[in-house]
Design a binder for this molecule. Structure first.
Ligand code: NAP
Length: 563
C-alpha cells in the first residue's frame, strides 16, 4: 500500500525530508527540482510509514487505497517518474535520507538582534520568515499593503482548490512565533519608504511578487468586456482591488488567450456548476454572477501546438475531472502528430489525455471548455463590446474568427519596479545574486536589500517552490550579516511600531488579522463554508475596531496565547 502524491502537491518538499527511505523525488538538491510540476513517491521503495502525510502542509498525500476517485490517475503519474521495473519488484529499504539544506547560521554582532523587514506576506515572504525565525533572537517585521496576509494563497488560488489553501495553517503558525510582527494595511512606497525600513532594520527583503499581468497589445483590447484572467481571479477571490471589475456573463462564449494554469483556473470556475463553488470561500458577489451566467463555452487559445501547452499535467488531470473539455477535429490531428514525436514522459501523458477528449462538434449540453491551438491573436472585433476575436493561423496569414462576448488574456504575470531598487524590465525581476540585490550598472550590491519569490526569479513554480528559494536568500543574507556587511539599525526594535503608527494609524497587527480571520470563519459557519470573505477594506477595519473594543484582559490573554 504505497503512498501517492496528488494534484494539490505544493512542491515545498517537507515530505522529502520527512521520508525515512528517501523515496520522494526530485529533492531540492536534484537538478529537475526547479522545473518539476510536482513531487513523486516511488511506489516500489515506499515503506508505507505515513511520515510524508504528516509532513505535507496541504494534505496532498494519501495511501493508494484511500485516494479520492478523482485523484486515481496520480497513482500512475507518481510511478511514471521512476524507471520501469518488473511487476511486483520491491526495492530494499535504505537508511539514506534526503540531503538537508543547511539552515542559515547567525553569529550575533552589534547591539541589536538581527532585525529584518519583509515586504509582502505571500508564500515567499512566509517561508523567508520561517527560515529566519529558526535562529534565536531574530526579529521579523512583515509589511503588507492589504489588511489580510498570505498574498496569492488568499487572492490567487482558485476557490475550488481548498486543499492548496491549507498551507495557511503553516503560515498562521509561523506568524505566532516569538519575534514575528505583522504590519498589515501598510504600503511601502506610500506610508513608508525603503530608506525608512533600512533605518530600522539590518536588511529589507522584498517578497512582493509580480502583481501585474502582461498585457496583449492588439486592437480592441481596450473595449469594455475585455480584460485579463488575473483580474477575474482577483474578482472571484474577493481581492479588494478587483471587487468592482465589471464581469458580464450574459453571452455564450468566452475566449481566453494563453493556456497556462491561470487560464485553466479561470475557465474551470466559469464552466463548473456554481453549486460546487457554494461551499468554498469564493466571493459572494462572484457566486451570484456565476449563478446567472449564460456562458456555454470557454475557448482557451494557444499560439503554439499541443506539445507546447503551458498548463501542467496535474492541473490538466484536475480540469478534465471537473468539467467537459473538447477539441475540434483539426486539433485532435495536431495531438496525434505531436504524440508521434514527443519524447518527454509527462508531456506524452498530457497529450494522451488530450487525445481522449471529446469532439467539439458534439452539441453543447452543459458549459464546457474547448482547447484551440496554433492561433495567434490579431484583434478583438466589436463596437462597444467584443463580439468576436480574430486570429491568424500561427505562421500564416490565414484568418480565423471565434465569436465571444468576453475576451480575457492570460499570458503570464510581470514584476513591477520597486522604488529605490534597480529593475530588469525585460525579465520583470529585481537583479540579484542568490537573493542579494545587485546594481547591474556597477555590479555592486545594494546595501541591505534582498529579494525572494517571483520578484527574484520570475513568475514560475508553485507555492512550495518558494521554500527553497527563500532559504537560499536567507543564507545569503545571513552570510552578509556574519561578514559585517549589514548596517546596525539606528533605533531599537520598538521604534519601528512607533514610526508605523505615526504614518498609518490604521495599521493592523496579528491580533487585528486574527479578528478579521475569526469573523470571516464565523460568517462561513452557518453556510458550511470555510469562510465568507470581507472584500472591502473598511469592512475589514471595522472588525479590527470591534475586536479592540473587547475588554483589555481578553486582548491580553489572546496576546499571551499567541506568544
Ligand atoms: P504561463 O504558464 O507562463 O502561461 C502563459 C501563456 O500565455 C502561455 O500559453 C504562453 O504561450 C501565452 N502567451 C504569452 N505571450 C503571448 C502572446 N503574446 N500571445 C499569445 N499567447 C501568449 O503563465 P500563467 O498561467 O500566468 O502561470 C504563471 C505561473 O503560475 C506558472 O508557473 C503556473 O504554473 C503557476 N500557477 C500554478 C497554478 C497551479 O498549480 N494550480 C495555478 C496558477 C498559476 P507560449 O507558451 O507560446 O509563450
Amino acid at each position: 500500500m504505497p503512498h501517492v502524491i496528488s494534484q494539490a502537491c505544493c512542491n515545498d518538499a517537507s515530505c522529502v525530508f520527512a521520508c525515512p527511505v528517501y523515496c520522494i523525488h526530485p529533492s531540492p538538491d536534484e537538478p529537475d527540482f526547479a522545473t518539476t510540476e510536482m513531487l513523486y513517491i516511488d511506489p516500489d521503495a515506499c515503506v508505507d510509514c505515513g511520515a510524508c502525510v504528516r509532513a505535507c502542509p496541504v494534505d496532498a498525500i494519501y495511501p493508494d487505497t484511500a485516494l479520492p476517485a478523482v485523484q486515481l490517475p496520480f497513482i500512475e503519474i507518481n510511478k511514471s517518474y521512476y524507471p520501469k521495473r518488473a511487476e511486483g519488484v520491491k526495492l530494499p529499504p535504505t537508511s539514506k535520507l534526503a540531503p538537508i539544506l543547511p539552515a542559515a547560521e547567525l553569529h550575533q554582532r552589534g547591539k541589536y538582534p538581527l532585525t529584518v523587514a519583509i515586504v509582502g506576506s505571500g508564500p515567499a515572504a512566509m517561508y523567508a520568515a520561517d527560515e529566519l525565525l529558526t535562529q534565536p533572537g531574530v526579529l521579523v517585521n512583515m509589511f503588507e499593503k492589504l489588511p489580510t496576509p498570505y498574498g496569492l494563497v488568499r487572492a490567487g488560488v482558485a476557490p475550488d482548490h481548498q486543499h492548496t489553501k491549507l498551507v495557511t495553517r503553516l503560515f498562521d503558525e509561523i506568524s505566532w512565533r516569538r519575534g514575528f510582527s505583522f504590519f498589515l494595511n501598510v504600503e511601502i512606497g506610500k506610508h513608508l519608504s525603503h530608506a525608512d525600513l533600512l533605518e530600522h532594520h539590518h536588511a529589507v527583503l522584498y517578497a512582493s511578487g509580480a502583481l501585474h499581468d502582461r498585457r496583449l497589445e492588439i486592437d480592441g483590447m481596450d473595449l469594455p468586456g475585455t480584460g485579463t484572467a488575473t483580474e477575474l481571479v482577483g474578482w472571484y477571490n474577493g481581492h479588494p482591488d478587483f471587487v468592482d471589475v465589471p464581469v458580464d456573463l450574459s453571452h455564450e462564449r468566452v475566449v481566453i488567450v494563453g493556456n497556462g494554469n491561470v487560464a485553466l483556473d479561470v475557465a474551470r470556475i466559469l464552466t463548473c456548476n456554481p453549486d460546487k463553488l457554494a461551499d468554498t470561500d469564493i466571493a459572494d458577489h462572484a457566486l451570484a454572477v456565476l449563478r446567472e451566467s449564460r456562458v456555454q463555452e470557454v475557448v482557451i487559445v494557444a499560439r503554439r501546438g499541443p506539445i507546447d501547452s503551458a498548463f501542467t499535467l496535474p492541473e490538466l488531470v484536475g480540469l478534465t475531472q471537473a468539467v467537459d473539455v473538447v477539441l475540434d477535429a483539426e486539433d485532435h490531428a495536431r495531438v496525434r502528430n505531436d504524440l508521434a514525436t514527443v519524447r518527454d514522459n509527462f508531456t506524452r501523458q498530457k497529450l494522451e489525455i488530450l487525445a481522449k477528449l471529446g469532439d467539439a462538434s458534439a452539441p453543447i449540453v452543459k458549459p464546457r471548455i474547448r482547447f484551440a491551438y496554433g492561433l495567434t491573436p490579431a484583434r478583438v472585433l466589436g463596437e462597444s463590446r467584443p463580439t468576436a476575436m480574430e486570429f491568424t493561423v500561427t505562421g500564416t496569414e490565414e484568418v480565423r474568427v471565434i465569436d465571444a462576448g468576453l475576451v480575457l488574456t492570460s499570458i503570464g504575470y510581470h514584476g513591477t519596479p520597486i522604488a529605490d531598487l534597480p529593475f530588469d524590465d525585460d525579465a520583470g525581476v529585481v537583479p540579484n545574486e542568490g537573493g542579494r540585490v545587485v546594481d547591474p550598472t556597477t555590479g555592486q550590491r545594494v546595501p541591505g536589500a534582498y529579494v525572494s519569490g517571483w520578484i527574484k526569479r520570475g513568475t514560475n513554480g508553485f507555492i512550495g517552490t518558494n521554500k527553497s528559494d527563500s532559504l537560499m536568500t536567507i543564507q545569503t543574507l545571513a552570510a552578509d550579516y556574519n561578514a559585517g556587511l549589514l548596517r546596525e539599525p539606528s533605533t531599537g526594535p520598538r521604534a519601528v511600531a512607533r514610526m508605523v503608527h505615526a504614518r498609518q494609524p490604521d495599521v493592523i497587527d496579528a491580533a487585528g488579522w486574527k479578528a478579521i480571520d475569526k469573523a470571516e470563519i464565523a460568517r462561513g459557519d452557518s453556510q458550511d463554508r470555510p469562510r465568507v470573505k470581507f472584500t472591502r477594506v473598511p469592512d475589514m477595519l471595522d472588525e479590527v475596531t470591534d475586536y479592540s473594543d473587547v475588554p483589555l484582559l481578553q486582548n491580553l490573554l489572546g496576546a499571551l496565547r499567541r506568544s
